[in-house]
Design a protein around this ligand. Sequence first.
Ligand code: GDP
Length: 364
Amino acid sequence: MHHLENEEQYQGLTVNSGVERLPDVNPYRRRVNRHEYTVGEFVEGILAGNKVILSQAVTMIESSLPRHQQMAAEIIEKCLPYAGRSERWGITGVPGAGKSTSIEAFGMELLRQGRKLAVLAIDPSSERSRGSILGDKTRMEQLSVQPDAFIRPSPSGGSLGGVARKTRETIVLCEAAGYDTIFVETVGVGQSEIAVHSMVDFFLLIQIAGAGDELQGIKRGIMEMSDGIAINKADGDNLQRARLAASNYRNALFLFPMPESGVRPQVLTYSAKTLDGVKEVIKMVEDHIALCRDNGTFEARRHRQDKYWMQETIDEALRNNFYRNPLIESMMEAKQQQVLGSEITAFRAAQDLLDTYFDSLSKK
Ligand code: GDP
């Protein structure tokens, strides 16, 4: 090839003729990356327990591209007949209570018992931390390298409802892929507990012995939702305090009404570090689930959850459709100003917006 720079009169740097590009170290990598699976291939891969394909399908669920969402919906539908056969645990507790250490301890024990475990999370704040599970690499070090464990951080971004729905759909795919135990971790205290509670068979509250008045620190609602309480860090100097905390919780629970399951929550102590009591916590969950299966509340709870998610999905779709309506978007700011300026009431403003919205629908 002719290069100006190679002319004799040229005083600057010269251009060498270059070498042929070496083949990639991994000749398959580029091709695999470029390959887009069909719905059929996704489903086949998931049912065969292929973790890479499962992972990519979850990415579809989390994607905001309509094309991906459409595909995800088809994949989920095809997987649905194979789902539902796992035990779903919800795990909550304040940051530092030892959730990830405990998930690792419970998880490794369940794998030893021949189970297959998927660990998911709901963390509405994960946009900032880009998923707190595995956000720092030390979390679940052992579990993350086990062939029979699948760990997926919380979907990031969006409303709590959206994040929760994605996790709920991911459960379906994990179950179709053969995971017989699903953990859904939630971080912190607040609304996300309700979302997790509405997709699990057992809701486990992890606590630690605090500075004496630990009962005040947690919201009554969360205690009322839990199917069992496990006091972590019952080791070393902390053992007595953990036992005392357990008896305080036991007493407090007696003041609560009997849960719908008809099975009173138990309170146990354990250590995710020394593993003392870990088997007992697992047994508590298993026994509870077995009792609920026997008395029919297991099935009833899942039915109630299905209804709840149907309702939630409709609510969210309607809300989005309303707020993303161009007419509404253009009016919203002005209406807010009118309300703030006491020109019209909040109800009047809402009614104007709703009327405009319904009008725009009927004109379509
Ligand atoms: P998370 O924020 O709830 O996920 O809590 P982590 O699992 O990250 O644990 C928080 C801290 O508590 C870490 O420093 C752990 O090493 C420690 N920890 C967790 N479980 C135990 C336990 O059973 N005993 C003791 N002594 N420390 C623990």
